[in-house]
Ligand binder design. Structure first.
Ligand SMILES: Cc1cc2nc3c(=O)[nH]c(=O)nc-3n(C[C@H](O)[C@H](O)[C@H](O)COP(=O)(O)OP(=O)(O)OC[C@H]3O[C@@H](n4cnc5c(N)ncnc54)[C@H](O)[C@@H]3O)c2cc1C
Length: 599
C-alpha cells in the first residue's frame, strides 16, 4: 500500500481552539508536535464563535470571581457537570484570556481600558471577553499565529479515519489527504482528539460540515468511553428563513445587548416560562428586566437570558401553540430597543448576516428565530486534570470531551473550555510521550486494514448514494431524537439507525480518490451513525428531563438521575453498550459555594 509515514511525540487531531491550544502547550513542553485537520488552518468551527469567552475577570463587576462562575456553570448544567472540570475551568479561564492578549489578541475595551465583558444567559455578571461578535476569529488568528511561529507541523485538509493502538495504548493515527486521496500515517505515543462536535447528524444545525462526530467515534472504536451523550444543546435562536440558511446561529449577544423575544401577539412570552429553579434570580416584570441592563446589582435578570435549554423549550412551545411567526419561529427584536448605531457597532456580523442572507435590516425590524442543534455536551470521558481518556496515550479536549458542561452548556463557556483544557491536554500528552519508554511501531496489518476499509466504497457497485443516507439520518434525528423526546419515538429512531447502518455498509461511490466529496461523506457516515446511536440509546435510558434532554413522557427532573451519568462503550460485537455510573462526589468546600452566593 502506498503510504506516507511520519513520526511525532504528540499528534493533535483538530485545529480549532482546543487543538491549537493543545499543540502550543505540547510543543512548548518539548514534544515534537503535529496538528492534523480536515479543513484549511484557520477554518475550524471555532472561527464561527461570535459572542465571547466566559472568564470571571471582574473587569466590570469586581464582585465576580471563580466561585460565582463555578456556581453559574454547575447550575446551568443542572448539577451534572464534573465538579472538578467546572472548578478548573472557572479558576483558570481568566489567565487563559490574559495569555491570549499577551500573544496579540485585540479585545474590545471598557472605558477604563480593561478587556470588555458582555452579558450572556446564565452568567450572573457580564463575563464574556469579546471582539465585537467575531471573537472566535480573533481567538483562532492569535493561536494560529503562535502555532506557526513555534514551527509546529500542520497537515491541512487531511482526515484521520482511525486511531492505532497496541497492548500499551496509542501508537498513532491513520488518514488520507482530501485532495489526492492518498494515505498517511503518523506514529506517536500521544494523540489529542480536538475534533469538535456532532451537529451534522441533525437536519437543522448551526454547525459546519466538519461536525460529523469523528473524534467521538474514533475514541469509542479505540476503546475509550463517552459520557452524557443524551445531552444535545438546541440553541434557541437560529435563523428560520429563508430555508437555505435555516439553522445559522443568531448569537445570544443579541439578547445580552437588550434584544427581547416576542410571539405573534407581540407578548414577551419568556415571563410565562420561568422555572422554579431560576425564579429567585429572574425578573418578574418587564420594567425590572429592562432596569437590569443598567443596574445589575439591584435588579434581576430578564427571562430572555435564562439558560439555553429553557429558552429553546419555551420557543418550541409558543410555536406549537400557534403563536409563532409566519415561518415557524418567534420574533427577536432589538430594533425597537437600541439605536441603529449601537446595533451596528455591537453586532456587526448579525447586521450583515441578516442583510445579506434574509434581506432583513435588524436595526429596523425584528428577526425570525427558532431552535437549532448547536452543541453536544456529551463526549469522551476524560480525567479532569489531564484530559486523559481510558486508552493510555489518548487525550481529548474541547467540544469532543465530555463532563465539563453537564446537561447544558452556558454560552461563552466553550471558548474558555477550549483554552483551559486544550492547554491541560497538550501538557499531559507531552508528558506521556516523553515518559513512555520503549519503541512503538505501527502494525502493518492494522495499516492495511485501515486502507482497505477506506477504499471499500469504491469496490462496491450499484450501491446507494451517501447523500441520501445522510439526509435520512438527519431527518431521523431531527424528528425522533430532537428537542422533545418520547420513548416510542427514540425506539423508532434506533430501529431506523440500525437500518441505516446496513445501507451504509452497502453504499458505493463513483469516480476516483482525487478530491471526491461523495467518498469523504461515505467515510464520515459510520461516525455519524455511531454517535447518533449513542445519543439515542442514552436518551431512551434517561427517564427524566434535564438540560439538553427533554422527555415528554418524563417531564420532571429525578433525584436518582441527578446522581447518575450514562457511559457508552463499544461491546465486543461492535454495538454500543450503556452503563450507569455514579456522579463524582463534590467536596464539601465546593458544595458550600451554593449556599454562600445568593441565588
Ligand atoms: C455559530 C457558532 C457560534 C458560537 N459562538 C460561541 C461563543 O460565542 N462562545 C463560546 O464559548 N462558544 C461558541 N460556540 C461554540 C464553540 O464555537 C465550539 O464549541 C468550539 O469552537 C469547538 O471548538 P473545538 O476546538 O472543540 O472544535 P473546532 O473548532 O470545530 O475544531 C475541530 C477541528 O477538528 C478537525 N477535525 C474534525 N474531524 C477530523 C478528522 N477526522 N480528521 C482531522 N481533523 C478533524 C476540524 O477540521 C477542525 O480543525 C459557537 C458555535 C457556533 C456554531
Amino acid at each position: 500500500m502506498d503510504l506516507e509515514r511520519h513520526e511525532y511525540d504528540v499528534v493533535v487531531v483538530g485545529a480549532g481552539g482546543a487543538g491549537l491550544r493543545a499543540a502550543i502547550e505540547a510543543s512548548e513542553s518539548g514534544a515534537r508536535t503535529a496538528v492534523v485537520c480536515k479543513s484549511l488552518l484557520g477554518k475550524a468551527h471555532t472561527v464561527m464563535a461570535e459572542g465571547g469567552i466566559a472568564a470571571a475577570m471582574a473587569n466590570l463587576y469586581p464582585e465576580d470571581n471563580w466561585r460565582v462562575h463555578f456556581r453559574d456553570t454547575m447550575r446551568g448544567g443542572k448539577m451534572l457537570n464534573h465538579w472538578r472540570m467546572a472548578q478548573l475551568h472557572a479558576q483558570e479561564a481568566p489567565d487563559r484570556v490574559r495569555e491570549l492578549e499577551d500573544w496579540g489578541a485585540l479585545f474590545d475595551r471598557t472605558p477604563d481600558g480593561l478587556i470588555s465583558q458582555r452579558d450572556f444567559g446564565g452568567h450572573r455578571y457580564a463575563r464574556l471577553a469579546h471582539v465585537g461578535d467575531r471573537t472566535g476569529l480573533e481567538l483562532i488568528r492569535t493561536l494560529q499565529q503562535r502555532t506557526v511561529a513555534l514551527g509546529i507541523d500542520v497537515y491541512m485538509e487531511c482526515t484521520v479515519t482511525r486511531l492505532l493502538t497496541d497492548a500499551d495504548g496509542i501508537t498513532g493515527a491513520f488518514g488520507y489527504w482530501r485532495e489526492s486521496g492518498r494515505f498517511v500515517a503518523w506514529q506517536a505515543p500521544s494523540v489529542v482528539l480536538a475534533t469538535g462536535g456532532i451537529g451534522k447528524s441533525y437536519k437543522v444545525t448551526s454547525n459546519s460540515w466538519e461536525y460529523t462526530g469523528d473524534g467521538h467515534s474514533l475514541a469509542l472504536q479505540a476503546g475509550a468511553t463517552l459520557v452524557n451523550m443524551e445531552f444535545v444543546q438546541f440553541h434557541p435562536t437560529g435563523m428560520v428563513w429563508p430555508p437555505s440558511v435555516r439553522g445559522i446561529l443568531v448569537t445570544e449577544s443579541v439578547r445580552g445587548d437588550g434584544g427581547v423575544l416576542r410571539n405573534s401577539a407581540g407578548n414577551r412570552f419568556m415571563f410565562d416560562y420561568i422555572p422554579d429553579f431560576f425564579r429567585k434570580e429572574t425578573a418578574e416584570t418587564e420594567e425590572e428586566a429592562d432596569r437590569w441592563y443598567d443596574d445589575k446589582r439591584n435588579n434581576r435578570r430578564p427571562p430572555e437570558l435564562l439558560p439555553r435549554d429553557e429558552v429553546a423549550r419555551a420557543i418550541n412551545s409558543e410555536v406549537k401553540a400557534g403563536r409563532g411567526t409566519p415561518h415557524g419561529g418567534v420574533f427577536l427584536d432589538i430594533a425597537s430597543r437600541r439605536s441603529a448605531e449601537y446595533i451596528r457597532k455591537r453586532l456587526p456580523s448579525m447586521y450583515h448576516q441578516f442583510r445579506e442572507l434574509a434581506e432583513v435590516d435588524i436595526t429596523a425590524e425584528a428577526m425570525e428565530v427558532g431552535p437549532t442543534c448547536h452543541y453536544v455536551m456529551g463526549g469522551v470521558e476524560v480525567d479532569p486534570d489531564t484530559q486523559a481518556a481510558r486508552v493510555p496515550g489518548l487525550f481529548a479536549a474541547g467540544e469532543v470531551a465530555g463532563g465539563m458542561h453537564g446537561s447544558n452548556r452556558l454560552g461563552g463557556n466553550s471558548l474558555s473550555d477550549l483554552l483551559v483544557f486544550g492547554r491541560r491536554a497538550g501538557l499531559a500528552a507531552a508528558e506521556h510521550a516523553l515518559q513512555r519508554t520503549g519503541r512503538i511501531a505501527l502494525d502493518d496489518d492494522a495499516l492495511a486494514d485501515a486502507g482497505r476499509a477506506a477504499l471499500a466504497p469504491f469496490e462496491r457497485e450499484g450501491g446507494e448514494n451517501p447523500y441520501t443516507v445522510q439526509h435520512d439520518l438527519q431527518q431521523t434525528m431531527h424528528d425522533l431524537v430532537g428537542i422533545i423526546r418520547t420513548a416510542p419515538e427514540v425506539q423508532q429512531a434506533l430501529e431506523r439507525i440500525a437500518a441505516l447502518r446496513q445501507r451504509v455498509a452497502d453504499l458505493s461511490v463513483e469516480g476516483h480518490r482525487q478530491y471526491n466529496p461523495g467518498w469523504h461523506l461515505a467515510l464520515d457516515l459510520p461516525h455519524m451513525l455511531l454517535v447518533s446511536e449513542c445519543i439515542a440509546k442514552a436518551a431512551l435510558e434517561r427517564e427524566e428531563s434535564r438540560g439538553g434532554h427533554t422527555r415528554d413522557d418524563f417531564p420532571a427532573t429525578d433525584a436518582e438521575w441527578a446522581r447518575t451519568n450514562l457511559v457508552c462503550s463499544r461491546a465486543p460485537d461492535g454495538s454500543v453498550a450503556l452503563t450507569r455510573q455514579p456522579l463524582p462526589q463534590m467536596p464539601h468546600e465546593l458544595a458550600e459555594i451554593f449556599e454562600e452566593v445568593p441565588a
